[in-house]
Design a protein around this ligand. Sequence first.
Ligand code: IMP
Length: 503
Amino acid sequence: MKPEEMKLLVGVKTLAITCRQFGDTGKGKFADIFSQWADIIARGTGGDNAGHTICFERQKLITHLVPSGILYDSQGKINVVGSGAVINPASFLQETTQLAEKGCSYKNLKIAYNAKLILPTEVVLDRAKEAMAGAGKIGSTGKGIGPAYTDFVGREGLMIGDLLNPDFFAEKLERHLRYKKAILKNYDPELLEGIMCNYDLSNGLYYDPEDIFNFDAIFRTYMVYGEKLRPFITDTDSFMRENLGKKNILLEGAQGDLLSIDRGTYPFVTSSDCTVAGLAKGVGLKETDIDLSLGIIKGFYMTRVGAGPFPTELGGEESDKRCNGGKENRAKEKDFYGDADVNSEHEFIQGVALRMAGDEYGATTGRPRRTGWIDLPLLRYTLGFNSPDLILTKLDVLNDCKTIKVCNHYKYTGPDCVYANQKIKTGSYPEIASPAAEILKHCKPIYVSFPGWKCSLKDCHDYDSLPEELKNILAFIIKNTGAKPRIISTGPDREETIFLDLF
Ligand code: IMP
């Protein structure tokens, strides 16, 4: 580990990394860097809807549920999937199989007995709801995340630990299926059959044409999963508390603040609280147990996957339509827009070029990510409930941009309305973004334009060697948000990381 990195971590025993935007900001790289320092690496929110890409010995490794620190399992480091997570055992086992195939050990991996268990019913409900949502589509990954959290809160869910108690499991499953069948009876049977005969629902194994779900098939399959998961299942909340202040702990977030069920652009959010507070709770700790909380954003641009307001989106509705359209859009992007230029005068094309330059395609679903310029009203909003410390990633993606735009304000163009009992008038200029989707969707960005840098960042290894143009944008963001950038990333490799000492 470099000495500069150690400086940031002096006195730190528990470190958290979460995203201040819509996720996909490159947490994987930093989770990997800090895993070298950590003894324990823990996740506590979300499930296999997340996707982390880690570069390892020139190979790309994508993890969904398992923390990025798994690469260091063979060094005795312990990776934890905490009680706040939702776990689909089939996905978990697929991931451990892939790790084994790549020669990566996972013998020290622990999963919480009280993590929430994803059942086939929840995957079916997730997909059936999206299929019927029309314009209200969230763009869910279809992994059953929302219904699994809903069932937990609604006291109809099962836990990972239930897999180790066949009698309890059978009783709870029977009750759970009764509730779900009552709801799904009102859905189109053909739609349900189509969803249930999908390969990731075991090609219809759980389907009963007469009664929707086949209890026996689910029971048998989940009991086999239970035996396979048995070595990993434990009381991780107690384990984390016992090690607090003694071992170096890294808490690894999933998704981002703006997708949090509590703080995000509701209802276009995921169903976990992916803020640092949610993460701490999801591993059995308190937010105040964290010594250093680092927020990640992309360097001067943003992305969003799925539906929901995105004021700075390049190409607006056209981009939204393309990215949230069918699968064929993914395959054809490079063929249709191979020569798209980040300096194009057409915003939509600029957005496509940025997506290709940043390889902005979902690690979990392969969906094209919507792209746009950095949004400071939203950053001011997320910094309002976080420490100011930031990591800025992927700055090299903007190397060819002649002009970089920063949104510092919005103009609200929607109908007059009341938010938090305050009038918002059409034509007004809100300082801080409101996370309410129906307001945010009417906010038009007001940009400040900056000249881009005219060099590669390959030879920049410290703040002084960074181009002046980049430093100017950084200074503008610091001045207008109160953020404290601590680290910037100029490429995917570990070496392409600059530790700043500005404060
Ligand atoms: P769900 O969590 O699969 O239900 O999806 C809800 C919303 O969160 C959708 O708009 C997804 O695209 C988005 N989402 C879920 N996981 C991720 C992620 O890891 N990165 C970015 N967006 C995500």
